[in-house]
Design a protein around this ligand. Structure first.
Ligand code: GTP
Ligand code: SPV
Ligand code: MN
Length: 581
């Protein structure tokens, strides 16, 4: 096969002559092709079949033990001017980056098949969607891209009629972490990734395209590409509010996106639009609308059980690819927090031995089509997306951050987003549990200088007076014994109700320098085993600690120098002052 788009054909030919594959396969995206790729990987050991009676069409992939998560330290944004990439990114000059990475791609596909994957991020007929082509030598990437994106002939047809696409070149290389690089060239709309076959490093439509490249394009074109879930909350009266929530990696997006209402909130329904990425546009009326560019979930497995996330638990019982989970003696997948069965073999294929650590890798993942999810909203396919009532930032904070608070204005909300801090997780290779600034949950994903990004966020206030309200939540507050103060998961709907009530001006709040906090009585705790003291802790602030926090945000802002928007500095200083009085 080939294409009518000459830029695409030329690029594919060039890559083939550079990487020297044995064969070139243009992906069509059919179910037959998916099945053929699965068979191929079962034959060569890339995949193994799981218990077909309990887990039909489910497969296990064990990645190289050195290749189990994103690699922020090896991820680069390459532009001429270092300041345009900003202190939030690792930077390299484009010419140097190309030279360095091209040397690694030289003849790297010898003996392998080169797959050409045309894909569309977003509904195929949406004006907000954007296409790309990923070239890869990994069959595992092909099947994941089939589940995660609209991939194949329809995407190619759109590319041929539109003419533009993001070029993503990927090879697993030799999987040596010393020869692993994830390079972005926003001005060229291109990506080059080598040396990893894992998640966001390798499924280039996801973090590389839909966040790093798209955030850069979005700034030029007046929209936002964000690390946000999109969820619809339907009240017993039938009113639906859509909210978009930005939480850092492994901080609860997938779980919130498919939340099951607790028994104490009868009549509520929750609809999943997306669990990881939102593209937000202002419509002609000035309303912010969201589409989910993805069509599947690449979700954290550990912790998923019938109680925490029944929708996910059920949806990954069939037609799912598991990466780096353990298995039971019956060859069923197993993970920490499954609450059923026990591990016989760990994620590396060894006999399970607690001395070797967890049975499943903490960043083990499922890949599954969104249509497997019982709460999937049909509006996820709507070309015009859904209107957003509230934007919610959040993070993992053992201390300090209350359960929920609301910004006083859009500008204040941008400050709250820019000041987000969270404990690091296993989603990136590196230390876990260290609090770091993760503005808008985009620290690893913003394709340009955060200072310019915040200015872009602020500019929306000049373009619309119908913007969503902005909130901050923290499900992860702990007591001195290390226990969570808030039950989390389905019970988070109690907090989302308060958010909706605020959006509808139905409930008063406690005005503080950091924003509006709920009066404890306004968070329904019926049937919850939670003390008054815990609720007070969750809905109040310690002024001295918050002053220190706001000052530390000020120091963080200093690293952005003159590029920091004055309005953001003003917001931060005003709050410091208010906390002193
Ligand atoms: P990425 O896919 O990396 O972007 O992660 P995510 O933000 O989608 O996080 P996810 O929902 O997969 O949750 C990550 C981990 O946090 C899982 O182990 C969950 O069980 C746990 N978790 C999610 N929500 C809650 C909550 O409300 N409370 C508590 N205590 N844990 C939660
Ligand atoms: C994240 O790390 O935020 C993820 C997983 O969603 S990955 O696709 O590996 O980026
Ligand atoms: Mn994510």
């Amino acid at each position: 096969m080939s294409t009518k788009n000459s830029a695409l054909q030329t690029w594919v030919d060039q890559v083939a002559s550079h990487t020297q594959p044995d064969a070139v396969h243009w992906c069509t995206g059919t179910d037959t092709e998916y099945q053929e790729m699965i068979e191929l990987m079962l034959a060569d050991g890339t995949l193994s079949a799981l218990n077909a009676a309990q887990y039909p069409n489910c497969y296990l992939h064990r990645s190289d033990p050195s290749d189990v998560a994103r690699v922020e330290h090896l991820t680069f944004v390459c532009m001429d001017n270092e300041d345009d990439a900003g202190p939030n990114n690792h930077w390299m000059k484009p010419a140097e980056a190309h030279a360095k990475v091209d040397a690694l791609f030289d003849r790297c596909m010898k003996g392998r098949t080169m797959y050409v994957i045309p894909y569309c991020m977003g509904p195929i007929d949406s004006p907000y969607s954007r296409c790309g082509v990923e070239i890869t030598d990994s069959a595992y990437v092909v099947v994941n891209m089939k589940l995660m994106t609209r991939m194949g002939n329809k995407a190619l047809t759109r590319i041929e009629s539109e003419g533009s696409f993001v070029k993503g070149l990927h090879s697993t290389g030799d999987l040596d972490p010393e020869r692993r690089l994830i390079m972005h060239f926003p001005d060229e709309l291109s990506i080059k990734s080598i040396g990893s076959g894992y998640g966001g490093n390798a499924l280039l439509g996801k973090k590389c395209h839909a966040l790093r490249i798209a955030s850069y394009q979005a700034r030029q074109e007046g929209w936002l590409a964000e690390h946000m879930l999109i969820v619809g909350l339907e009240s017993p009266d039938g009113d639906v509010h859509y909210i978009a929530c930005a939480f850092p990696s492994a901080c609860g997006k997938t779980n919130l996106a498919m939340l099951i209402p607790p028994a104490s909130l009868p009549g509520w329904k929750v609809w999943t639009l997306g669990d990881d990425i939102a593209w937000l546009h202002l419509d002609d009326d000035g309303k912010l609308r969201a589409i989910n560019p993805e069509s599947g979930y690449f979700g954290v497995v550990p912790g998923t059980n019938e109680k925490t996330n029944k929708n996910a638990y059920d949806m990954i019982k069939h037609d799912t690819i598991y990466t780096n989970v353990a298995t039971t003696k019956n060859n069923e997948p197993w993970w920490e927090g499954k609450k059923d069965g026990s591990p016989a073999t760990d994620w590396q294929g060894r006999d399970y031995d607690a001395a070797n650590g967890t049975a499943a890798h903490p960043n083990s993942r499922f890949t599954v089509a969104a249509t497997n999810n019982a709460s999937y909203s049909s509006l996820a396919e709507a070309p015009e997306g859904v209107p957003i009532s509230a934007i919610v930032f959040g993070g993992r904070r053992k201390k300090l951050a209350p359960l929920v608070y609301e910004a006083k204005s859009w500008e204040h909300g941008v400050l709250i987003g820019a000041g987000v801090a969270s404990e690091t997780t296993a989603a990136n290779i590196g230390e876990v549990g260290v609090v770091r600034r993760d503005p808008m949950a985009m620290k690893p994903f913003c394709g340009y200088n955060f200072a310019d990004y915040w200015a872009h966020w602020l500019s929306f206030a000049k373009r619309s007076d119908k913007l969503p309200r902005i909130f901050h939540v923290n499900w992860f507050r702990q007591n001195d014994d290390g226990e969570f103060l808030w039950p989390g998961f389905g019970e988070n709907l109690r907090v989302l109700r308060w958010i909706i009530d605020r959006c509808e001006d139905r409930v008063a709040a406690n005005e503080t320098p950091i924003g509006y906090l709920p009066h404890p009585v306004d968070i329904d705790t019926t049937d919850l085993d939670i003390s008054d003291a815990a609720m007070t802790a969750l809905t109040s602030i310690d002024r001295d600690q918050w002053r220190a926090e706001m000052e530390s945000i000020g120091e963080y802002f200093d690293t952005y120098g003159d590029r920091l928007p004055a309005a953001l500095r003003q917001q931060q200083q005003d709050i410091v002052k208010a906390l002193m009085s």
